[in-house]
Design a protein around this ligand. Structure first.
Ligand SMILES: *[C@@H]1O[C@H](CO)[C@@H](O)[C@H](O)[C@H]1NC(C)=O
Ligand SMILES: *[C@@H]1O[C@H](CO)[C@@H](O)[C@H](O)[C@H]1NC(C)=O
Ligand SMILES: *[C@@H]1O[C@H](CO)[C@@H](O)[C@H](O)[C@H]1NC(C)=O
Ligand SMILES: *[C@@H]1O[C@H](CO)[C@@H](O)[C@H](O)[C@H]1NC(C)=O
Ligand SMILES: *[C@@H]1O[C@H](CO)[C@@H](O)[C@H](O)[C@H]1NC(C)=O
Ligand SMILES: *[C@@H]1O[C@H](CO)[C@@H](O)[C@H](O)[C@H]1NC(C)=O
Ligand SMILES: *[C@@H]1O[C@H](CO)[C@@H](O)[C@H](O)[C@H]1NC(C)=O
Length: 581
């Protein structure tokens, strides 16, 4: 027998063992009566069949009595155009898998788990807690069922599979007890409140073969966010209903797939004053090398808390955030793997920030708030806080060009880039989260406000944003691969070629124009550079505090070799998965 065959056989017997275990567990659940009372909520009797959807708490509850293995579970699998995400849940106190422990595996149509299958290494593993670890895998060949193979013994059984383009993906219970549901695929118009009466929210465990469903009214729905009236039974027993999911449907039609389990985040209601005067929400992807300068700079002008929404970075952003955290920057990373959902991510972040932040800025990692008049953020915010009608400050953005550079400036972007376009482009906002309209509508960084709140434009002499938008080609070209905002076309798409979002003069190909380094240079602007050098440069070495770390960081990135994987991903034709399932 070859090694390969032996391994296959091991896998087969392992999976038989697994099913036996599930069988035993199943009967234990049946006879101990665990979970039965939960189902009385629905005014219907309990059908044992539901146990499969109800497995997690049941397994947890009995794991003490039956210390049998395999309760690591694939909770859900979501299929994106160019990768899949597999969501894992662990029983208490098991160590989390690392990339070395598992392979992505794919079973051909109509095969059993013991048959031969395809294996590929995972692209990335994210998440640090037992309820929420995400494995990113290459997309399966058509018709194949994705799963995970343990390097040591056998497989995890495949979980329910969902397509990303029509999916309820996150849910938060707000302090007014409504559930805020984030949904892809409703295709509602931007910037409009849609007709809530056409929709209905649905709570349950399994929307494909539903046995029990709780319906709930939709309070508001706009863009990609619905607000549902949370059923009392869900509110009153959040722990027991741990695995319950929420979804939405157009009345009379089918229910959207869902991976959204309502999160309860009790908000410490200390209305005034909030713990932080100024926080920042930002969405990053593979921008670890810019993070330190950006955080240290903003801390100096008065930002106190950073919420980093990390869109599947694989450039070792973790150690950067950890070390900033150790240096007492109040910074946390939140995994946000959902593609083209920047607006929803901002709304999610605003809700999380509301309990502790008076003001929240929504800026990117290549944008720096600059106060040319030597004021601090505190001065500017206090000036506005006097008026309780001001809910949003709009700040103009100056777009900086490559400034003649050909290589990434080692002093950082604020010192490196000094030439920009003369007319400011757009503006970004700092909002008071208490002033947000309950629809949570936001488009290009502006939120809709409650009645009685208004925005003000901040004078350019007081504050502007330096947007290092057109950096050296090596950095800039990444923008071609995917745009983050929902209503913005990818640059490789031919549609909407004249849009302001695109770099003027570039087509749809990531090819460096010969004069790139001298483009977008109309006026020299060293305002921020001068300030940064004055405030941060070491008087002896003239180094900036983020400069020393940088070389170490680059070594680390290189060692991890993640860039290689990323390159490979980009080179693959992004095949659109049409009909898995
Ligand atoms: C798989 O099974 C279904 C029904 O059981 C059958 O219609 C289909 O042709 C099978 N596909 C393959 C590739 O064997
Ligand atoms: C939300 O629900 C909980 C549990 O039912 C209840 O105690 C609380 O008063 C409710 N809050 C509001 C604002 O309705
Ligand atoms: C972090 O938060 C604490 C208050 O919780 C604050 O005192 C401290 O200044 C913050 N750190 C920074 C770097 O802003
Ligand atoms: C996250 O990154 C992916 C992969 O490149 C990209 O397609 C997507 O638009 C990004 N999403 C957000 C919300 O930034
Ligand atoms: C800001 O402060 C620096 C140093 O104190 C000074 O040189 C500069 O002129 C000031 N700028 C403004 C606009 O007041
Ligand atoms: C303070 O507010 C007033 C009125 O809104 C405005 O004219 C002024 O420029 C503001 N000053 C600062 C420093 O923001
Ligand atoms: C939210 O905005 C809508 C208009 O878009 C308005 O009718 C509604 O009153 C606002 N909600 C609140 C709480 O102010």
């Amino acid at each position: 027998m070859t090694m390969k065959e032996r391994r296959k056989r091991d896998v087969g017997s392992w999976s038989r063992f697994f099913y036996c275990t599930v069988f035993v567990v199943f009967f234990c659940v049946l006879f101990t009566g665990f979970t039965f009372s939960s189902f009385r909520l629905f005014g219907e009797s309990f059908h044992p069949v539901l146990v499969s959807a109800w497995q997690n708490p049941a397994m947890e509850a009995i794991s003490g009595e039956f210390p049998v293995s395999p309760s690591i579970e694939i909770r859900e699998t979501v299929i994106f155009p160019d990768h899949i995400l597999i969501f894992l849940q662990y029983p208490p106190s098991l160590p989390l898998f690392t990339k070395e422990d598992i392979d992505c595996s794919y079973f051909p149509p109509n095969s059993s788990q013991s048959q031969s299958h395809l294996k590929l290494p995972p692209l990335y593993i994210a998440g640090e807690n037992l309820d929420h670890q995400i494995v990113r895998c290459p997309i399966p060949p058509r018709g194949f069922t994705p799963s995970l193979a343990l390097k040591t013994n056998g497989h995890l059984p495949a979980g329910p599979t969902h397509r990303w383009d029509a999916l309820a993906y996150e849910a938060l219970v707000d302090r007014d007890n409504t559930t805020i549901l984030f949904v892809k695929g409703l295709n509602l118009r931007p910037e409009r409140i849609s007709d809530a009466s056409r929709f209905e929210c649905v709570y349950g465990w399994d929307f494909k073969r539903p046995k029990f469903l709780l319906r709930a009214d939709v309070v508001t729905v706009a863009q990609e966010i619905a607000r549902c009236k949370t059923p009392l039974s869900v509110l009153n027993s959040p722990q027991k209903l741990n695995a319950i999911k929420v979804s939405i449907r157009v009345k009379g039609r089918g229910i959207l797939h869902s991976v959204a389990r309502p999160q309860f985040r009790p908000e410490s209601d200390t209305p005034v004053p909030k713990r932080y005067e100024m926080c920042v929400c930002t969405m990053v992807r593979n921008q670890a090398k810019f993070l330190r300068e950006w955080v240290m700079y903003h801390a100096r002008i008065g930002v106190q808390r950073w919420f980093i929404y990390d869109n599947d970075s694989d450039d070792a952003i973790d150690p950067v955030i950890e070390s900033l955290d150790e240096e007492n920057f109040n910074i946390t990373r939140h995994i946000w793997p959902w593609i083209k959902t920047q607006e929803a991510g901002f709304a999610h972040c605003a809700l999380r920030a509301r309990g502790s932040c008076e003001w929240v800025g929504f800026i990117d990692v290549d944008e720096f708030l600059h106060l040319p008049g030597n004021l601090s953020l505190h001065d500017v915010l206090r000036n506005q806080s006097g008026s309780h009608r001001v809910g949003e400050l709009r700040t103009s953005c100056h777009s900086f060009g490559p400034s003649g550079l050909k290589r990434v400036p080692s002093e950082g972007v604020t010192v490196g880039y000094t030439c920009r376009v003369s007319v400011p482009e757009r503006h970004k906002s700092i909002v008071r989260p208490e002033a947000l309209n309950s629809s949570l509508i936001n488009v290009v960084h502006h939120f809709h406000l409650r009645d009685n709140f208004e925005y003000v434009n901040v004078e350019r002499g007081v504050m502007v944003i330096n947007h290092y938008k057109y950096q050296v080609w090596e950095v800039f070209k990444d923008k071609f691969y995917r745009r983050v905002a929902t209503y913005v076309a990818d640059w490789q798409d031919k549609e909407n070629v004249g849009s302001k979002d695109r770099a003027p003069g570039l087509g749809t190909e990531a090819v460096e124009p010969s004069d790139w380094s001298s483009r977008f240079c109309e006026v020299t602007d060293t305002g921020l550079k001068d300030w940064v050098l004055r405030v941060f440069a070491d008087p002896q070495t003239h180094l900036l505090p983020w400069q020393e770390q940088q070389e170490e960081q680059e070594d680390r990135l290189f060692i991890e070799g993640n860039y290689e994987i990323e390159k490979e991903m980009k080179q693959r034709d992004s095949v659109v998965v049409k009909d898995v399932n």
